[in-house]
Each structure stands twice: as structure tokens, then as C-alpha cells.
Design a protein around this ligand. Structure first.
Ligand SMILES: [Zn+2]
Length: 171
């Protein structure tokens, strides 16, 4: 299994390559890429690489992606206990979603707790509605970072499907 450092290097390398392609492609006017799209893609990719790595399924122990959260890393311990290493967390479609859902749950818990403990604190609001133009590159960047991790792990796209199929047959 590649270490967190190797995963980071793989993702940074792929990102550099993509940036070069994007730069050349838009210079040659093969496609148009707005700075906002490039930025949100980068954001999604960076968050996926450094903060929401599939290896958070090891967060009950010491793992690189948990360390990046600093003190907040402790919030991922239940995720690590909930998900077995390289199980559902390492599937291509649902895996990345489990971490987004878990993050949303944690944010909701913290916001709920904050409004209970300190009701006078006003929280920053998200601009409404979030347009698809912003959301699409963000999600693309996030998923791509996850898939690069899975490829480096040698996990195939039908990983989860095969697992549940085997489970069904065993019954
Ligand atoms: Zn992994």
C-alpha cells in the first residue's frame, strides 16, 4: 500500500500535468476555462488529496490525512472505526460520498452545538443558490483526486460491486 506521502506525490504530479494541459489547451483555444472554474477544480482536488483521502478509514490510528486536520483530526476517529480499511471507503462512487456525508454530519453537529452554546455567534452563510458552474468543477476535482488515490492503491472501479456480489452469492 502506498504511503500518504506517495499518494500526495502522485496527486500533485497528476495535477501539474493537468494544469499544463489546461494551460496549453486554452492558449490554443481548444477549450475555454474560466479562472473561477480552474480555482474551484483546484479547491476540490486539494481538499480531496489532503483532507478527505480514502485512507481516513484508518483514522482510528495515525494516518497522514488525519494529521492534516490538526486538532480536528479527532473528529475522523469514528469514521475510521466505522469503515474497514479499503472497504466501502475505497470504492469509486460511494466511497468519496461517504466522506462528504460524514463531513456534512460533522459540520451540522458543530454548528448545532455552537448555536446551542453561543447563540449570539452568527455563522457565515453560503451564497445561494450555488450554481452548477461552480459545483461541477469542484466535484470533478474532488472525485479525480479520489480516483487517483484508488488507482495508486490498485483498486479497480468495480471494487464495491464485486464485494457485494460475492456477499450475495455466499448467502
Ligand atoms: Zn488507500
Amino acid at each position: 500500500m502506498p504511503s500518504g506521502r506517495v499518494h500526495n506525490l502522485v496527486n500533485i504530479g497528476a495535477y501539474s500535468l493537468l494544469s499544463a494541459v489546461a494551460l496549453i489547451g486554452s492558449r490554443q483555444e481548444l477549450f475555454t476555462l474560466t479562472p473561477a472554474q480552474a480555482l474551484t477544480f483546484t479547491l476540490g482536488f486539494a481538499v480531496g488529496t489532503f483532507l478527505l483521502s480514502p485512507d481516513l478509514d484508518l483514522a482510528e490510528g495515525r494516518v497522514d490525512s488525519k494529521r492534516h486536520w490538526g486538532l480536528l483530526g479527532v473528529l475522523w476517529v469514528p469514521y475510521g472505526m466505522l469503515f474497514s480499511h479499503r472497504g466501502l471507503s475505497h470504492t469509486w462512487l460511494l466511497g468519496p460520498l461517504t466522506r462528504l456525508a460524514y463531513l456534512a454530519l460533522m459540520v451540522a453537529l458543530v454548528v448545532g452545538l455552537l448555536s446551542y452554546v453561543a447563540p449570539s455567534v452568527t455563522l457565515p452563510e453560503l451564497p445561494q443558490p450555488i450554481s452548477l458552474k461552480v459545483l461541477a468543477p469542484l466535484i470533478l476535482g474532488y472525485y479525480l483526486s479520489q480516483w487517483l488515490h484508488l488507482i495508486a492503491d490498485g483498486v479497480r472501479p468495480d471494487h464495491g460491486v464485486r464485494r457485494s456480489y460475492r456477499k450475495l452469492r455466499r448467502r
